[in-house]
Design a binder for this molecule. Sequence first.
Ligand code: SAH
Length: 255
Amino acid sequence: MQVKAKKYLGQHFLTDLNVAKRIADTVDVSAERNVLEIGPGMGVLTQFLLNKDKNLQVIEIDGESVDYLKQNFKTELADRIIFDDFLKFDIGELFNGEKFALIGNYPYNISSQIFFKVLDNKERIPFVSGMIQKEVAKRLASGPGNKDYGILSVLLQAYYDIEYLFTVPPGVFAPPPKVDSAVIIMKRNGVKELPCNEKLFKTVVKTAFNQRRKTLRNSLKPMMSEGFSTTDAIWNKRPEQLSVADFINLTLLFQ
Ligand code: SAH
């Protein structure tokens, strides 16, 4: 018995074992012993992760998948399964509060939300790898001057080094998704704290990109107090032209 793919849960099961192994092998690069897999489904990645010398837990929202895993993996996996929604799950006590690596062939319908949760827990999650839509992968990994560069690129790159590894075509999934997929690796960089107010930094980045065709002088106007000077050339730029460091400098001007 196979799990029936549910669209609303973003279920596209990987059928190519070579690709599954290559994705699972990305955790070899991580020094973390604790590994959390999001959305194991029928366990195509999980089977390879179990062979590694890691302390594995998996979190799955779909009861049918959880039953499948319990029946097909039995004792090795049963007490490592968390039956819950990753977005709602409180990771506070997970792995006794220790750091962990995150991996998955992620549910594409919530991939951005997963990365925002990673950001909120960046001190606990020094390493993230796995598969997402190619379009999102390119966004995460691209730098200034690129049309894919956006809010998540800047916010994540402030704290993570992000690498686009390889592209995966729709044909290796059942059912096939409408888009190409890609595998990425994110490693926490050395930045402990930004040299500016981090909440304000987020607001500046989001406000600028929410009107990305405008110059910063115009898009950030609502944040400026009276007499705020915008004579510097940077105010003529658009958000996609700014590096993480530029956004930090802009934020400092609002503090
Ligand atoms: N890893 C499997 C399944 C990928 S499909 C494979 O490669 O074949 C995405 C998986 O994420 C599904 O199993 C789906 O049920 C699960 N999922 C979707 N939303 C989730 C959530 N909020 N929390 C945890 N798992 C979720």
